[in-house]
Design a protein around this ligand. Structure first.
Ligand code: HEM
Length: 233
């Protein structure tokens, strides 16, 4: 088992498995958010289910561990690669043909994604699950007081603010580049590829990234535009 933690391929495998698990979470999270467009009551029912119960808290802990492992191994692998390349890393950075831009900027893209996630968690998770865990049943959102389980109220409050919407859209662009390369790369590391399948997985990767980011963007823009048209809905 120690090869998994010590060898370079073992570390890449850990990054691949945690990355794929995070993609699955994002598919679920995007689908869950889309529910808010169809029915706010249904969305709030899901938010209540994911509130302050120990199953949900265990899920949050597992998710936190996945992000932490994925990020720590990304740092270790990057440092190792830099060391292995030695003075080459100071050479003029000419990107070889066929190497995607995203593949060379995965760490920076990941840091951007995590940075926006801190903002997102402080706006949503902290005022919802954390507040409930602290035993509160009300939370201040602007001028109003709402239930920490009223996810629809949070969406409407934050996505009525232009700067939040712009920040989230920038976040989704970084996320798109990160997933579109990461998913394909994970499949390659796991070994589910050959010449024919390599290109198919590349396309599949872009479809998965587009699906996730498009749903997030749709929900964000939908509530922004809805607020512009009918501010009191
Ligand atoms: C339309 C965009 C989004 C909306 C409306 C949204 C909404 C929410 C809500 C309501 C929660 C709190 C759930 C609860 O604790 O009851 C939450 C948690 C969370 N969101 Fe989002 N989210 C969006 C985009 C994203 C994106 C793009 C990511 C990651 C790249 C993300 C990652 C997370 C994580 C990690 C949590 C904590 C989950 C947990 O507690 O288990 N969200 N989000």
């Amino acid at each position: 088992m120690s090869w998994l933690l010590k060898s370079s391929i073992g570390k890449k495998l850990i990054m691949s498995i945690t990355g794929i698990a995070l993609v699955l979470f994002l598919l679920f999270h995007a689908a869950m958010n889309f529910t808010a467009v169809i029915s706010e009551d249904a969305y709030n029912t899901i938010c209540a289910l994911l509130g302050a119960n120990w199953y949900a808290v265990a899920g949050t802990g597992a998710l936190g561990a996945l992000v932490a492992i994925h990020f720590i191994y990304a740092l270790i692998l990057t440092i190792q690669n830099r060391k292995a390349r030695g003075s080459d890393s100071y050479a003029v950075n000419v990107r070889p043909k066929n190497v995607e831009w995203a593949s060379q900027n995965m760490l920076v893209l990941g840091i951007i994604v995590i940075g926006f996630m801190v903002l997102h968690l402080s706006q949503f998770w902290y005022k919802m699950m954390f507040v409930e865990l602290m035993g509160h049943h009300e939370v201040q959102l602007g001028d109003t007081v709402v239930s920490p389980q009223d996810g629809a109220a949070f969406i409407k409050y934050y996505f009525s603010q232009t700067w939040v919407v712009i920040a989230y859209l920038v976040w989704y662009v970084a996320l798109w580049f990160h997933i579109s390369h990461g998913f394909w790369s994970a499949i390659q590391t796991i070994g589910w590829n050959n010449l024919v399948w390599m290109n198919r997985w590349k396309v599949a990767s872009q479809i998965v990234a587009t699906l996730i980011c498009l749903i997030f963007a749709f929900v964000t823009i939908y509530f922004y535009v809805r607020h512009l048209w009918c501010p009191f809905a």
